[in-house]
Design a protein around this ligand. Structure first.
Ligand SMILES: [Zn+2]
Length: 280
Protein backbone atom coordinates (compact mmCIF):
# COMPACT_ATOMS: atom_id res chain seq x y z
CA UNK A 1 0.00 0.00 0.00
CA UNK A 2 1.14 3.56 -0.66
CA UNK A 3 -0.01 7.05 0.38
CA UNK A 4 -0.89 9.20 -2.63
CA UNK A 5 -1.77 12.80 -3.47
CA UNK A 6 -5.01 13.63 -5.28
CA UNK A 7 -4.81 11.90 -8.70
CA UNK A 8 -6.61 14.86 -10.32
CA UNK A 9 -5.16 18.07 -8.85
CA UNK A 10 -2.18 16.67 -6.91
CA UNK A 11 -3.21 18.39 -3.67
CA UNK A 12 -1.71 16.50 -0.77
CA UNK A 13 -3.66 14.13 1.49
CA UNK A 14 -7.44 14.08 1.51
CA UNK A 15 -10.08 14.17 4.19
CA UNK A 16 -11.48 10.80 5.39
CA UNK A 17 -14.91 10.14 3.86
CA UNK A 18 -15.85 6.44 4.11
CA UNK A 19 -14.27 3.30 5.54
CA UNK A 20 -14.76 -0.16 4.01
CA UNK A 21 -13.01 -2.69 6.22
CA UNK A 22 -9.44 -1.46 6.48
CA UNK A 23 -9.70 0.68 3.33
CA UNK A 24 -10.42 4.38 3.34
CA UNK A 25 -11.93 6.64 0.69
CA UNK A 26 -10.92 10.29 1.11
CA UNK A 27 -12.13 13.53 -0.47
CA UNK A 28 -9.62 16.00 -1.90
CA UNK A 29 -10.02 19.30 0.00
CA UNK A 30 -9.08 21.22 -3.14
CA UNK A 31 -11.01 19.64 -6.10
CA UNK A 32 -13.41 17.34 -4.14
CA UNK A 33 -12.27 14.22 -6.01
CA UNK A 34 -12.98 11.02 -4.05
CA UNK A 35 -10.18 8.44 -4.03
CA UNK A 36 -8.73 5.48 -2.14
CA UNK A 37 -5.86 6.47 0.17
CA UNK A 38 -3.64 4.68 0.98
CA UNK A 39 -4.01 2.42 -2.04
CA UNK A 40 -2.30 -0.71 -3.44
CA UNK A 41 0.92 -0.10 -5.38
CA UNK A 42 0.86 -0.23 -9.19
CA UNK A 43 2.77 -3.55 -9.15
CA UNK A 44 0.36 -5.26 -6.77
CA UNK A 45 -2.62 -4.00 -8.83
CA UNK A 46 -1.07 -5.44 -12.00
CA UNK A 47 -0.70 -8.85 -10.31
CA UNK A 48 -4.28 -8.63 -9.01
CA UNK A 49 -5.73 -8.05 -12.50
CA UNK A 50 -4.12 -11.14 -13.98
CA UNK A 51 -7.03 -13.12 -12.54
CA UNK A 52 -9.62 -10.42 -12.03
CA UNK A 53 -13.31 -11.01 -12.49
CA UNK A 54 -15.85 -8.83 -10.68
CA UNK A 55 -16.40 -10.91 -7.59
CA UNK A 56 -20.12 -11.41 -8.09
CA UNK A 57 -19.67 -13.05 -11.50
CA UNK A 58 -18.60 -16.71 -11.36
CA UNK A 59 -17.87 -17.29 -15.07
CA UNK A 60 -16.99 -15.66 -18.39
CA UNK A 61 -20.48 -16.46 -19.70
CA UNK A 62 -22.22 -14.76 -16.78
CA UNK A 63 -19.90 -11.76 -17.24
CA UNK A 64 -21.07 -11.53 -20.87
CA UNK A 65 -24.74 -11.72 -19.85
CA UNK A 66 -24.17 -9.07 -17.18
CA UNK A 67 -22.60 -6.55 -19.56
CA UNK A 68 -24.64 -7.21 -22.73
CA UNK A 69 -27.39 -4.61 -22.14
CA UNK A 70 -24.81 -1.88 -21.46
CA UNK A 71 -22.75 -2.82 -24.53
CA UNK A 72 -25.87 -2.83 -26.68
CA UNK A 73 -26.90 0.63 -25.48
CA UNK A 74 -23.41 2.02 -25.99
CA UNK A 75 -23.22 0.63 -29.53
CA UNK A 76 -26.55 2.26 -30.38
CA UNK A 77 -25.37 5.54 -28.89
CA UNK A 78 -22.20 5.55 -30.99
CA UNK A 79 -24.29 4.75 -34.06
CA UNK A 80 -26.03 8.12 -33.70
CA UNK A 81 -22.72 9.79 -34.61
CA UNK A 82 -20.70 7.24 -36.61
CA UNK A 83 -21.81 4.21 -38.60
CA UNK A 84 -18.34 2.65 -38.65
CA UNK A 85 -14.63 3.41 -38.42
CA UNK A 86 -11.72 2.48 -36.20
CA UNK A 87 -12.60 1.77 -32.58
CA UNK A 88 -10.43 1.00 -29.57
CA UNK A 89 -11.93 -0.47 -26.39
CA UNK A 90 -9.61 0.06 -23.42
CA UNK A 91 -9.78 -2.48 -20.58
CA UNK A 92 -11.72 -4.63 -23.01
CA UNK A 93 -11.75 -7.69 -20.74
CA UNK A 94 -12.92 -10.75 -22.64
CA UNK A 95 -13.74 -8.59 -25.69
CA UNK A 96 -17.53 -8.89 -25.92
CA UNK A 97 -17.97 -5.23 -26.83
CA UNK A 98 -15.52 -5.67 -29.71
CA UNK A 99 -17.60 -8.61 -30.99
CA UNK A 100 -20.70 -6.40 -30.95
CA UNK A 101 -18.94 -3.55 -32.79
CA UNK A 102 -17.33 -5.81 -35.41
CA UNK A 103 -20.81 -7.20 -36.16
CA UNK A 104 -21.88 -3.60 -36.79
CA UNK A 105 -19.09 -3.01 -39.30
CA UNK A 106 -16.45 -1.34 -37.13
CA UNK A 107 -12.76 -2.13 -37.29
CA UNK A 108 -12.39 -2.85 -33.57
CA UNK A 109 -9.37 -3.63 -31.37
CA UNK A 110 -8.85 -3.82 -27.62
CA UNK A 111 -6.26 -3.10 -24.95
CA UNK A 112 -6.18 -5.27 -21.82
CA UNK A 113 -3.77 -6.06 -18.97
CA UNK A 114 -5.28 -9.33 -17.70
CA UNK A 115 -3.58 -12.31 -19.38
CA UNK A 116 -6.59 -14.52 -18.67
CA UNK A 117 -8.87 -12.09 -20.52
CA UNK A 118 -6.38 -11.57 -23.37
CA UNK A 119 -6.09 -15.32 -23.96
CA UNK A 120 -9.88 -15.71 -24.16
CA UNK A 121 -10.38 -12.67 -26.45
CA UNK A 122 -7.63 -13.78 -28.83
CA UNK A 123 -7.97 -17.57 -28.81
CA UNK A 124 -11.73 -18.06 -28.41
CA UNK A 125 -13.14 -14.90 -30.01
CA UNK A 126 -10.32 -14.27 -32.52
CA UNK A 127 -10.02 -10.59 -31.60
CA UNK A 128 -7.14 -8.13 -31.97
CA UNK A 129 -5.92 -7.33 -28.46
CA UNK A 130 -2.86 -5.38 -27.37
CA UNK A 131 -1.38 -6.34 -24.05
CA UNK A 132 -0.70 -3.72 -21.41
CA UNK A 133 -2.00 -0.36 -20.22
CA UNK A 134 -3.07 2.12 -22.93
CA UNK A 135 -0.15 4.48 -22.31
CA UNK A 136 2.33 1.70 -23.23
CA UNK A 137 0.48 0.58 -26.40
CA UNK A 138 2.10 3.45 -28.34
CA UNK A 139 -0.69 4.18 -30.82
CA UNK A 140 -0.06 7.04 -33.28
CA UNK A 141 -1.90 10.34 -32.69
CA UNK A 142 -5.23 10.87 -34.47
CA UNK A 143 -5.68 7.13 -35.07
CA UNK A 144 -9.20 6.22 -33.90
CA UNK A 145 -12.74 7.37 -34.65
CA UNK A 146 -13.97 6.14 -31.26
CA UNK A 147 -12.42 5.09 -27.96
CA UNK A 148 -14.51 3.32 -25.32
CA UNK A 149 -13.82 2.19 -21.74
CA UNK A 150 -16.41 0.37 -19.63
CA UNK A 151 -15.91 0.34 -15.87
CA UNK A 152 -12.22 1.13 -16.27
CA UNK A 153 -11.50 4.67 -15.10
CA UNK A 154 -12.31 3.89 -11.45
CA UNK A 155 -9.53 1.25 -11.52
CA UNK A 156 -6.79 3.58 -12.78
CA UNK A 157 -3.96 5.06 -10.71
CA UNK A 158 -3.56 7.95 -13.19
CA UNK A 159 -6.97 8.75 -14.70
CA UNK A 160 -5.83 12.09 -16.16
CA UNK A 161 -2.94 10.44 -18.06
CA UNK A 162 -5.44 7.91 -19.43
CA UNK A 163 -7.85 10.63 -20.61
CA UNK A 164 -4.98 12.60 -22.19
CA UNK A 165 -3.88 9.51 -24.11
CA UNK A 166 -7.47 8.91 -25.30
CA UNK A 167 -7.53 12.51 -26.55
CA UNK A 168 -4.22 12.07 -28.42
CA UNK A 169 -5.16 8.86 -30.22
CA UNK A 170 -8.62 10.07 -31.28
CA UNK A 171 -9.01 11.79 -34.63
CA UNK A 172 -10.41 15.34 -34.53
CA UNK A 173 -14.16 14.95 -34.05
CA UNK A 174 -13.62 11.44 -32.61
CA UNK A 175 -15.78 10.11 -29.79
CA UNK A 176 -14.86 8.99 -26.31
CA UNK A 177 -17.42 6.90 -24.43
CA UNK A 178 -16.87 6.07 -20.76
CA UNK A 179 -19.02 3.98 -18.45
CA UNK A 180 -18.36 4.29 -14.72
CA UNK A 181 -20.00 3.63 -11.35
CA UNK A 182 -21.07 6.55 -9.16
CA UNK A 183 -21.28 5.13 -5.67
CA UNK A 184 -20.74 7.93 -3.15
CA UNK A 185 -24.38 9.15 -2.97
CA UNK A 186 -25.55 5.62 -2.02
CA UNK A 187 -22.69 5.29 0.49
CA UNK A 188 -23.77 8.56 2.09
CA UNK A 189 -27.37 7.37 2.29
CA UNK A 190 -26.51 3.96 3.75
CA UNK A 191 -24.15 5.55 6.25
CA UNK A 192 -26.98 7.82 7.39
CA UNK A 193 -29.02 4.69 8.21
CA UNK A 194 -25.99 2.91 9.69
CA UNK A 195 -26.08 0.13 7.05
CA UNK A 196 -22.70 -1.55 6.45
CA UNK A 197 -21.81 -2.38 2.83
CA UNK A 198 -18.93 -2.90 0.41
CA UNK A 199 -20.32 -0.91 -2.50
CA UNK A 200 -17.06 0.85 -3.34
CA UNK A 201 -15.49 -2.55 -4.14
CA UNK A 202 -12.18 -1.59 -2.48
CA UNK A 203 -9.33 -1.91 -3.15
CA UNK A 204 -10.21 -2.75 -6.80
CA UNK A 205 -11.74 0.70 -7.28
CA UNK A 206 -9.28 3.52 -6.66
CA UNK A 207 -11.74 6.39 -7.07
CA UNK A 208 -15.38 7.39 -7.46
CA UNK A 209 -16.17 9.91 -10.20
CA UNK A 210 -19.30 12.05 -10.25
CA UNK A 211 -20.64 13.27 -13.63
CA UNK A 212 -19.48 16.79 -12.72
CA UNK A 213 -15.93 15.58 -11.96
CA UNK A 214 -15.76 13.53 -15.18
CA UNK A 215 -16.84 16.56 -17.19
CA UNK A 216 -14.28 18.85 -15.51
CA UNK A 217 -11.49 16.37 -16.27
CA UNK A 218 -12.60 15.87 -19.89
CA UNK A 219 -12.89 19.61 -20.57
CA UNK A 220 -9.52 20.34 -18.98
CA UNK A 221 -7.94 17.94 -21.47
CA UNK A 222 -9.73 19.42 -24.48
CA UNK A 223 -12.83 17.28 -24.92
CA UNK A 224 -16.04 19.09 -25.67
CA UNK A 225 -19.80 18.59 -26.02
CA UNK A 226 -20.01 16.19 -23.05
CA UNK A 227 -23.27 14.28 -22.88
CA UNK A 228 -24.22 12.42 -19.73
CA UNK A 229 -26.63 9.50 -19.77
CA UNK A 230 -27.81 6.73 -17.50
CA UNK A 231 -27.15 4.33 -20.40
CA UNK A 232 -28.97 1.22 -19.19
CA UNK A 233 -28.07 -1.22 -16.43
CA UNK A 234 -26.07 -4.40 -16.01
CA UNK A 235 -27.62 -7.83 -15.35
CA UNK A 236 -25.58 -9.55 -12.59
CA UNK A 237 -26.27 -13.26 -12.12
CA UNK A 238 -27.04 -12.83 -8.40
CA UNK A 239 -30.84 -12.40 -8.19
CA UNK A 240 -30.80 -9.68 -5.52
CA UNK A 241 -28.20 -7.61 -7.35
CA UNK A 242 -29.95 -8.12 -10.69
CA UNK A 243 -33.31 -7.01 -9.27
CA UNK A 244 -31.78 -3.91 -7.72
CA UNK A 245 -29.85 -3.11 -10.92
CA UNK A 246 -32.99 -3.39 -13.08
CA UNK A 247 -35.15 -1.49 -10.59
CA UNK A 248 -32.80 1.44 -10.02
CA UNK A 249 -31.50 1.45 -13.60
CA UNK A 250 -34.98 1.71 -15.14
CA UNK A 251 -36.19 4.17 -12.50
CA UNK A 252 -33.14 6.36 -13.14
CA UNK A 253 -33.64 6.08 -16.88
CA UNK A 254 -37.31 7.07 -16.62
CA UNK A 255 -36.47 10.14 -14.51
CA UNK A 256 -33.71 11.09 -16.94
CA UNK A 257 -36.09 11.18 -19.92
CA UNK A 258 -38.98 12.71 -17.93
CA UNK A 259 -36.66 15.57 -16.94
CA UNK A 260 -35.76 16.27 -20.56
CA UNK A 261 -32.39 14.46 -20.26
CA UNK A 262 -31.29 16.65 -17.35
CA UNK A 263 -31.67 14.65 -14.12
CA UNK A 264 -28.99 12.03 -13.48
CA UNK A 265 -30.16 9.84 -10.59
CA UNK A 266 -27.38 9.89 -7.97
CA UNK A 267 -25.71 6.58 -7.20
CA UNK A 268 -26.37 4.55 -10.36
CA UNK A 269 -23.71 3.97 -13.03
CA UNK A 270 -23.42 6.60 -15.74
CA UNK A 271 -22.28 6.84 -19.34
CA UNK A 272 -20.55 9.92 -20.71
CA UNK A 273 -19.85 10.73 -24.34
CA UNK A 274 -17.39 13.48 -25.34
CA UNK A 275 -15.84 14.67 -28.57
CA UNK A 276 -12.32 15.70 -29.48
CA UNK A 277 -12.77 19.23 -31.00
CA UNK A 278 -13.71 19.94 -34.62
CA UNK A 279 -16.87 17.84 -34.84
CA UNK A 280 -18.43 18.29 -38.25
ZN1 LIG B 1 -7.83 17.18 -5.96
Amino acid sequence: MEEVDCPICEASRGEPLHLEGSFQMVRCPSCQFIFLNPRPTTDSLFRFYQKYLPEEEPSIESWERMMQPVFHRAANLLKQYRRNGRLLDVGTGFGFFLVEMKKRGWEAAGVEISQKAIDYARDVLGLTILSGPLEKADFPDNDFDAVTAFYLIEHLSHPMAFLRECHCILKPGGLLLLRYPHTTPIKNLLQFFGIKNRLYDLPAHLSDFSPMMIQQCLERIGFEKCQHLIGGCTLPSDLGKRTSSILFGNFAEALFYLSGKKFLFPGVSKTVLAFKGNIS
